[in-house]
Each structure stands twice: as structure tokens, then as C-alpha cells.
Design a protein around this ligand. Sequence first.
Ligand SMILES: [Zn+2]
Length: 77
Amino acid sequence: MTARERKRDPHQCAACGTRFAVTYFDDRRGSRDFGSALVEVPCPACGKPRSVALPVGAEKTLVVEIDEAEADEGGGG
Ligand SMILES: [Zn+2]
């Protein structure tokens, strides 16, 4: 058994600007050809859905977390 690797994708809500992270387990095994699917993830702050491309099956382990890291405007990225 190998530990499941948790993926983390940063996103930013287009409506309210809240930064949040979409985390999930990539359950693909062996093959990399399963492709991805678009999943509608609601913004944790305002609820506006945002389309996020995830590996097929990952939506079952999807967790949305607000990214509370402070970021000053003008910061490089
Ligand atoms: Zn929002």
C-alpha cells in the first residue's frame, strides 16, 4: 500500500476575489489516460460556482478550503 497523495490546486473566485484551495485525492491508478472532468465547485465565501478541471473520480474526495494566507497587493507570484 502506498499513501494517497493529496493534490492541491489554488483558485480565486472571480466574483468576490476570495482565494481558496481545492484539494483532492488523485485516485487514478496506473493509467494516466482517464482524463479530467469539469466539476462545479462553489466558492466557500459567496457560493458562486466555479468550473474546475479535476481528474476523473477526484470529485468524490473534493475538499474546498479558504486560503487564509495574507497577500499584499502587488506581490509577485
Ligand atoms: Zn466568491
